[in-house]
Ligand binder design. Structure first.
Ligand SMILES: [Ca+2]
Length: 496
C-alpha cells in the first residue's frame, strides 16, 4: 500500500495547493496508475562482465550501461543460491531456497508456495514469461507463455529471437498492466552464440580468480560474446517498449542471475557467483537515478513488485519491498545477505555431498563449510574425472587449471580453494573483491568469525534449514529423479 499511500499523500498536498489557487478538480490522468514490469534475467553471468559494473574488457554491455545511466544501479544485490533453479525460484516467490523448497538445482518448489504470477494476477496483472523456465511445479509458476525466445539453455544453435510474441503480449489488453519476464539463455554454456569480434583473445583481461590458460581465454571470449547477446536482448526490449509508448510506465529490472559457469562463480557462495548486477529503470517521474550500496537479495523483488502495483506484500515472505529505496525515501535495506549452496549428489560419478552457508554485511563475507571433510563436487569439478565433460567449452577450463597446478602456485591455490575449502573463510570484500585472501584464522578476526557464525545459525533456524547433511536427501542420479521434467520431454540435451 506504500505506493498508493504516498500517492494519496502527494495528491492531498496537491489538492490543498490547488484549493488555495482556486482549482479543485482531480483529473483522470492524476489518478495513480499501475506500472508495467519487465524483468530481464540473464543466465550464468558475473556482474564484473557488465560495463556499468567495471568490466575491464570494453564493449560488453552498451545497452545495459545506457539503462544504468538513467536508472538505479545496485552495488550489493545478491542471489541466495548461485545456480539456475534456486535463483529463479527465489526471484519469483520472494522466499529463500530453503523456504520455497528449491534448495538445490532441478528441485521443485513446495506445492503450497505462491509466486509472482499469483500475487500480481490478484492485482489485475497479466504475467508472462519468455525463454527459460527451469522451475516447477507448473501450479506454482503458471506464467503465460510468451513465445519467440529459446528456452533450452544447453542449445548449441538456438533460433534467432522472434519478438512478435512479446509485442503481442504487451499490446494484448490495453489498459491492463502486465509483468513480463524475459529469461535469456545467455551466457549459459555452451558459449556458441554472439560475435567474438568485439575483443582480441590475447588482450582479454581475465578475472583474477581464474587461471590464465588457453582454454580459459577461449572460454572467456565466447562467454563475453554471449554476455553481449544478452545485452542486445535488453536493447531490443527497451526499443519495443519505447516504440509501443509503454516505456515510461514500465519498471525495467535487469539481473545477471547466478555468476559465470566457470570455477569460482556459479555453484559457489563466492561473490563471483552470488553478487548480482541489478539495474532498475523506474518511470521518469520518480526521478530514480542513482547508485546504491543498500544490501538486497533476489527475494526482495516480488514484494517490490507487489508494493509498486498498489498491493500489500505478505508479511511471511523472506523479501521486503525495495520501493522506499527506489523512491529515494531511504538509502538502506538489509543489514545482512545470506547464502547457501547444496550440491546434487552423484550427478556424475565420484560426487560427494557438499553443503555450505555464508553471510555478508557488505564489507566482509564469512563462509561456513558444513561438510569440510568432503570434496567440493559439482559438474564443473567432477569433469576432471569424466573425460567426456572435458570436451565441452565450460568443461575444459577446470582441467586446464588442474594441469597447471604443479608449475603455477596460483593455479594450485585456485583449484584447492574450490576442491577442499576449509571450514571457515572470511574475506574483506572491499580490499579483496575476488575473495583470494582468507582471514578466518587470523586472531584479530576471531570475534568477527564468531559473530558471523551466530548470524548464520540464526538465519538457518529462521529458515528451518538443518544444513542438509544427509547425502541421501540431495541424491539426484539421473533425469528420472528430478522432481519436475528437466530437460522437457523430447529434448535430447542432458541437464546441467
Ligand atoms: Ca543459470
Amino acid at each position: 500500500m506504500r505506493f498508493l499511500s504516498t500517492t494519496i499523500l502527494k495528491t492531498s498536498a496537491l489538492l490543498g495547493l490547488m484549493a488555495l489557487a482556486g482549482a479543485n478538480v482531480l483529473h483522470a490522468e492524476e489518478r495513480p496508475q499501475q506500472p508495467n514490469f519487465v524483468i530481464l534475467l540473464a543466465d550464468d553471468i558475473s556482474s564484473d562482465s557488465f560495463g556499468c559494473y567495471g568490466s575491464p574488457n570494453p564493449n560488453t554491455t552498451p545497452n545495459i550501461d545506457k539503462l544504468a545511466k538513467s536508472g538505479i544501479r545496485f552495488e550489493n544485490m545478491f542471489v541466495s543460491q548461485a545456480v539456475c533453479a534456486p535463483a529463479r525460484a527465489e526471484l519469483y516467490t520472494g522466499l529463500m531456497p530453503q523456504r520455497n523448497g528449491t534448495f538445490r538445482n532441478h528441485k521443485a518448489s513446495n506445492p503450497d508456495v505462491k509466486s509472482v504470477v499469483h500475487y500480481l494476477g490478484d492485482l489485475g496483472y497479466r504475467v508472462g514469461l519468455a525463454g527459460k523456465m527451469h522451475i516447477g511445479p507448473a501450479a506454482v509458476y503458471p506464467f503465460k507463455k510468451i513465445p519467440g525466445l529459446c528456452s533450452q539453455c544447453n542449445e548449441t544453435n538456438p533460433k534467432p529471437d522472434d519478438w512478435s510474441g512479446f509485442e503481442k503480449f504487451i499490446k494484448r489488453e490495453p489498459g491492463k498492466p502486465f509483468c513480463a519476464v524475459i529469461a535469456s539463455i545467455h551466457a549459459h554454456s555452451p558459449w556458441t552464440v554472439g560475435d567474438t569480434g568485439h575483443w582480441k583473445e590475447d588482450e582479454l583481461v581475465l578475472p583474477p580468480n581464474l587461471v590464465d590458460t588457453p582454454e580459459t581465454r577461449s572460454g572467456y571470449l565466447h562467454y563475453l560474446a554471449e554476455v553481449r547477446e544478452f545485452d542486445r536482448q535488453v536493447g531490443d526490449v527497451v526499443k519495443i517498449l519505447e516504440e509501443s509508448g509503454q516505456l515510461d510506465n514500465t519498471i525495467i529490472i535487469v539481473l545477471d542471475e547466478n555468476g559465470a559457469g566457470m570455477p569460482g562463480g556459479k555453484w559457489t557462495v563466492f561473490d563471483w557467483g552470488v553478487r548480482s548486477a541489478c539495474v532498475i529503470k523506474c518511470p521518469d517521474s520518480w526521478k530514480a537515478n542513482f547508485e546504491t550500496e543498500a544490501i538486497a537479495q533476489y527475494c526482495d523483488i516480488v514484494p517490490t513488485l507487489i508494493a509498486a502495483a498498489g498491493g500489500t506484500p505478505p508479511g511471511d515472505l523472506d523479501g521486503r519491498s525495495l520501493l522506499p529505496l527506489l523512491k529515494g525515501q531511504t538509502n538502506a535495506h538489509r543489514e545482512r545477505a545470506y547464502f547457501l549452496f547444496n550440491n546434487r549428489v552423484n550427478e556424475t560419478k565420484g560426487d560427494t555431498h557438499f553443503s555450505i552457508r555464508a553471510v555478508t554485511d557488505g564489507k566482509y563475507k564469512f563462509i561456513w563449510n558444513l561438510t569440510p571433510e568432503n570434496l567440493y563436487s559439482v559438474n564443473i569439478t567432477t569433469c576432471d574425472l569424466t573425460g567426456k565433460v572435458r570436451e565441452t567449452d565450460f568443461g575444459r577450463i577446470y582441467p586446464s587449471m588442474i594441469d597447471r597446478m604443479e608449475t603455477d602456485p596460483h593455479a594450485k591455490e585456485m583449484v584447492n580453494r574450490l576442491r577442499s575449502s576449509p571450514q571457515h573463510q572470511l574475506y574483506d570484500l572491499q580490499n579483496d573483491p575476488y575473495e583470494l585472501n582468507n582471514l578466518a584464522e587470523k586472531p584479530e578476526y576471531s570475534e568477527k568469525v564468531t559473530k558471523f557464525k551466530a548470524d548464520i545459525e540464526g538465519w538457518m533456524k529462521q529458515q528451518g534449514d538443518d544444513g542438509h547433511l544427509d547425502p541421501e536427501g540431495m541424491r539426484a542420479i539421473n533425469v528420472a529423479d528430478y522432481e519436475f521434467p528437466y530437460p522437457p520431454k523430447g529434448s535430447k540435451k542432458s541437464a546441467k
